[in-house]
Design a protein around this ligand. Structure first.
Ligand SMILES: *Cc1c(COP(=O)(O)O)cnc(C)c1O
Length: 407
């Protein structure tokens, strides 16, 4: 007989890495309600509610605001593949792993990538972006807001105006910051912004909120592909301009989210319900209060880690409020600290990528975990684990310093 294994019964772990994080109980409940058919009026009503809710979360009036079935990367890929034609120039603002991801996807679209870069742990100077845009005249400028690989938040206030002045579209990956830090899409003048649920929004990965300006939508619709035998004739984009993906064809996905309800994929109902509940939680709390809660939890975590004698990674002036990188102290076993946090305390913290592998840990304070108990538990556990590994943090100093920030 084939073994059937046991019913899921793992312990409730505290997920304090840079995402995924613990899912809000209301989101878990929303995901467990019965499905509806994708054209059921009740279901399409929920889709319209999701559009309205995410306009609030993204601080935008954009009509085209919805979700894509897939993780955050699905949103990134849909944005780039639907925008970039082969041979198009794209300027990628890069100072971390997720900037490199934008370039990799753009190259797969056969676009020509020009980097504007800064060393990891710092941010890119907007003046350098302007210089590159003037020189290259790109179709698109692609940026990451909070790059969790380096814990840096790229200032984006000036980039939208630079793009406008030179006829470029502006794309932002706000996966790690949406609803945790200010992401004012319309005030930035950003054309396409995408995210995921598993960071500050407090849901599971698997749904990618996206918002698209009319200007960007017009460009995308101009590349519309008409399926043979389905929608009649005419309107199909010529060779070389057609969007090279069916699943991530934003023109088709927007037709599905429009009143036309043209069939594309089968919308994943539990993820739609999750995205809807995440946005409801954000707007009930209020954006300003939510940013403040994330800022306070991050400040408390940072204060606690420093009081323990640890050094914070990167340029503090541009640090994301919701993720903190710390240098692993000399002499401690980097991997074993992570393992003992999990096995002895049921707490997950993050390791690092690329040049930071084995050097920094990353600790998130996002969504339901941007709270006092999660910060204090993590600091208390880390102090003990570091002591067992031979690093003597002053007893109780981390928890005391963090508690003071909350007091
Ligand atoms: C976490 C993160 C992603 C992750 O993408 P997934 O496809 O959801 O794993 C993308 N971009 C940034 C900036 C992130 O922090």
């Amino acid at each position: 007989m084939t073994e059937t294994f046991h019913e899921l019964d793992h312990p409730a772990r505290l997920l304090m890495g840079p995402g995924p994080i613990n899912v809000h109980p209301r989101v878990l409940r929303a995901m467990s309600v019965q499905l509806l058919g994708q054209f059921d009026p009740e279901f399409t009503g929920y889709m319209n509610e999701v559009m309205a809710l995410y306009r609030g979360v993204f601080q935008t009036k954009n009509r085209w605001t919805f979700t894509i079935d897939g993780t955050s990367r699905a949103g990134i890929e849909a944005a780039l593949v639907s925008t970039l034609c082969p041979g198009d120039d794209v300027v990628v603002v890069n100072a971390g792993r997720f900037g490199l991801l934008l370039a990799e996807i753009a190259e797969r679209c056969d676009a020509k990538v020009t980097f504007v870069e800064a060393p990891w742990g710092t941010v890119v100077d907007p003046q350098a972006v302007e210089d590159a845009v003037k020189r290259v005249r790109p179709r698109l400028v692609a940026c990451v807001h909070g790059d969790t690989s380096t814990t840096m938040a790229q200032p984006l206030d000036e980039i939208g105006a630079i793009c406008r002045a030179h006829g470029a579209l502006m794309y932002v990956d706000a996966t790690a910051t949406l609803s945790g830090m200010d992401v004012p899409v319309d005030a930035w003048g950003a054309d396409i912004v995408t995210a995921g649920l598993q960071k500050c929004l407090g849901g599971p990965s698997g749904s990618a909120p996206i918002t698209i300006s009319d200007q960007a939508a017009e460009h995308i619709f101009s590349r519309r592909h008409v399926e043979k035998g389905l929608a009649g004739t005419g309107g199909a984009a010529g060779a070389g301009r057609r969007i090279a993906s069916n699943y991530f064809d934003l023109a088709m996905i927007m037709d599905y989210w429009s009143e036309k309800r043209l069939n594309h994929h089968t919308e994943c109902a539990p993820m739609l319900f999750a995205a809807r509940e995440c946005a409801r939680l954000v707007l009930e709390e209020g954006l300003a209060a939510r940013f403040e809660r994330h800022a306070k939890a991050g400040a408390a975590m940072t204060a606690g880690l420093e009081a323990m004698g640890l050094s914070i990674y990167g340029d503090k002036a541009h640090k994301m409020t919701n993720v903190t990188g710390i240098w692993a102290p000399e002499g401690v076993d980097y991997d074993r600290v992570k393992v003992r946090m999990r096995t002895d305390f049921e707490i997950e913290i993050g390791s690092a990528f690329g040049p930071l592998t084995g050097k920094i840990w990353r600790i998130g304070t996002m969504g339901v975990n941007a709270r006092k108990h999660a910060v204090l538990q993590t600091l208390a556990a880390l102090e003990a684990v570091l002591r067992w590994e031979g690093f003597q943090a002053p007893a109780g100093a981390g928890v005391d310093a963090a508690a003071k920030v909350f007091a």
